[in-house]
Design a protein around this ligand. Structure first.
Ligand code: C2E
Ligand code: MG
Ligand code: MG
Ligand code: MG
Length: 289
């Protein structure tokens, strides 16, 4: 149970440990060595809900590392290490394969769901992202439209042309692309309009101000989100609000016409098996839909 809950439920890797070089090295070595092979890494699935119907239409795959000594490690404490140590491509392909296998199993069971997977900007930079994704989709027999790549715009686009062509390639093959964390840090409306993407994910830092006690901030954030949602829908793309934690935030998202929602109020990250139980209850199973 602990591993399904995340941050608060288990020993968490402390910032002091993270900053120590010795520990960084040990983590990198373990990641390079046994972590993938020994099943210490695990993908959890957080429900994504259609706000108008409350039906679970998909999930975001989120990685966890159940370290034998350090306990549960969150992605922010090791993805960066993997990127720095040239391990991100093998890790990224491991993630895509795991998620792909789960997706194939759900497809076989007639669960009508899409799954989002976060991709590292370095995988784009390596130039192999699109071919890796498309070949995993083909070799596992996944309907490509069930896979959504999540690309965090703010940190990703060193070589915009390379990203652009790989996104086009993935979409031509039938998979979808989402801009992740829109509104956190630097986000560009110009890129929103020109990048070949299907979905915009509104960052939790925006969502969480929608019911701020600071009325001025609340009004400002609501106005901003409303504008972003309208532009996004005018561009023919869908919207997902991330980090929905309260009923007020949820209602605010519904009011402004956000298509989908994700957040602790709607569902925590959980194991694939737990997610299947949710699907059986909620009408996303096509046999009962
Ligand atoms: P993200 O892609 O924006 O993922 C959403 C994050 O928000 C997740 O954190 C999720 O657990 C958290 N979250 C969901 N609902 C709520 C909520 O209501 N309130 C709050 N406060 N947080 C919520 P997590 O799992 O720690 O992941 C953090 C980031 O690490 C992700 O942000 C993503 O950028 C990266 N990441 C996670 N899994 C992977 C992966 O498999 N590959 C890569 N390359 N990056 C990953
Ligand atoms: Mg994401
Ligand atoms: Mg996000
Ligand atoms: Mg994030």
């Amino acid at each position: 149970a602990a591993k399904s809950l995340g941050r608060s439920s288990h020993q968490v890797f402390s910032p002091e440990l993270r900053d120590s070089n010795r520990n960084r090295l040990e983590l990198v070595e373990r990641l390079r060595g046994v972590a993938m092979a020994e099943h210490e890494l695990e993908m959890l699935y957080q429900p994504i809900v259609e706000l108008s119907t409350r039906i679970v239409v998909g999930a975001e795959a989120l990685i966890r590392w159940n370290h034998p000594e350090l306990g549960l490690l969150m992605p922010d404490s090791f993805i960066g290490l993997a990127e720095d140590a040239d391990l991100i491509i093998p890790l990224s392909n491991w993630i895509l394969t795991q998620v792909g296998r789960t997706l194939a199993a759900w497809q076989y069971k007639d669960f009508n769901v899409q799954v989002g997977v976060n991709v590292s900007p370095l995988h784009f930079a390596a130039g192999t992202l699109a071919t890796d994704v498309n070949s995993i989709v083909d070799s596992l027999g996944i309907e490509p439209g069930r896979l959504v790549l999540e690309l965090a715009e703010s940190k990703s686009l060193h070589d915009v042309d390379a990203v652009y062509y790989q996104l086009m390639d993935v979409r031509r093959h039938g998979s979808l692309v989402a801009i992740d964390d829109f509104g956190s840090g630097f986000s560009s409306l110009e890129r929103l309009a020109t990048l070949p993407v299907d979905i915009l994910k509104i960052d939790k830092s925006l969502t969480q101000h929608l019911d701020s006690k600071d009325l001025q901030r609340r009004r400002a954030m609501t106005a901003l989100c409303k504008a972003v949602v309208e532009v996004t829908h005018d561009l023919g793309k869908d919207t997902v609000a991330e980090g929905i934690e309260t009923i007020d935030q949820l209602e605010s998202c519904v009011d402004m016409g956000v298509t989908f929602g994700q957040g602790h109020l709607l569902g925590l990250p959980m194991t694939a098996t737990q997610f299947e139980t949710i699907l059986l209850q909620n009408g996303a199973h096509s046999a009962s839909a």
